[in-house]
Write a protein that binds this ligand. Structure first.
Ligand code: ATP
Ligand code: MG
Length: 294
């Protein structure tokens, strides 16, 4: 496969090899100038067993860079388990996970986080006793002030770093309209504000991709509109999203493509209209309703 790429101001036709979907480019001086990946995330034949229960059953899919990809499916389809597996919350049973051209399959969550893969939780987990500002400021890892000795030996550097992180947190709160609750404790926020805080905490880590687990759950329609707007704006700025959601308005308006999971497997993927008109999707959701007895 040959790509054309603008390297040092000139277009060069340079493709020398590929590993998975990662293409390595050399310019005419034989200098490796850019690694180019089409996919931000590639999940290959993912299996996750919990004892005798197979929660994810050989799922494969890709998330292209710059997209807002949706992930839908009935309750118990394996969506959250898929997120947990990608994020490295637990070891998987089998399969492979490639993130931004690198195999991250064996990595635990603190390492996938450092590589720019960030997820939020179906049930938000803010630090209830800490303020919104503090919840945001504690996200960047490896802060100088975490070391006892730095506080004694390099107090100026510690203070400067804290000021920089505080400025970033203020920008995030302004962007997400959380500034008016900056000093409110995490535990006192409404459901929608907690979801915004989760998104804010994700942004504080300067991520490449954010996985949101039901950002619309328990959120009033006004705040939901705000969350949708913020996701769209962040995506326009280049952030890639993978979103699990049961709110079909949110999914259909925001996501393209949409992946559909059922019983641990990938049923299909397509645009909003393709998904809406697919008989298998309808059957999977109606089956779920029948199982619930509703
Ligand atoms: N830690 C766990 N231990 C045992 N079983 C689990 C665990 N986590 C999930 N499961 C089971 O795996 C299956 C898939 O669950 P999962 O939470 O991934 O579904 P989901 O698609 O996110 O559903 P929902 O839309 O209700 O959030 C379910 O049968 C669930 O009970
Ligand atoms: Mg779930």
């Amino acid at each position: 496969m040959i790509f054309f790429i603008n390297c040092k101001g000139k277009l060069k036709e340079v493709a020398i090899g590929s590993r998975s979907k990662a293409i390595f480019f050399y310019n005419q001086s034989n200098y490796l100038c850019q690694k180019f990946t089409i996919h931000m995330l590639k999940v290959e034949s993912l299996v996750k067993d919990f004892g005798g229960l197979r929660a994810v059953d050989g799922t494969s899919f890709e998330v292209k860079k710059g997209t807002i990809t949706g992930l839908i499916g009935p309750n118990g389809a394996g969506k959250t388990t898929t997120f947990n597996a990608i994020a490295g919350e637990f070891p998987i049973t089998s399969g492979r996970i490639i993130f931004d051209g690198e195999d991250i399959t064996p990595l635990p969550s603190f390492k996938t986080f450092r590589r720019g893969l960030v997820r939020t939780f179906q049930i938000p987990k803010p630090f209830a006793g800490m303020t919104v500002l503090e919840n945001l400021m504690m996200v960047p890892k490896g802060q100088l002030g975490e070391s006892f000795w730095n506080n004694w030996i390099r107090p100026k550097a510690v203070m400067e770093e804290e000021m920089r992180i505080r400025d970033e947190a203020v920008k995030v709160m302004e962007f997400l309209n959380l500034i008016q609750v900056a000093e409110e404790r995490g535990g006192n926020l409404s459901g929608g504000q907690m979801k915004l805080l989760e998104l804010g905490r994700a942004l504080m880590s300067d991520p490449k991709m954010v996985m949101l687990d039901e950002p619309g759950a328990g959120v009033n329609p006004t705040l939901l509109g705000e969350i949708v707007e913020k996701i769209a704006e962040l995506n326009r700025r280049g952030l890639t999203f993978l979103i699990i959601e049961h709110n079909m308005d949110l999914i259909m308006n925001l996501c393209d493509p949409i992946l559909v999971m059922a019983s641990g497997q990938m049923l299909m993927q397509g645009s909003a209209s393709e998904v809406q008109n697919d008989a298998r999707v309808l059957e999977a959701f109606l089956g779920g309703v029948a199982e619930d007895g509703s």
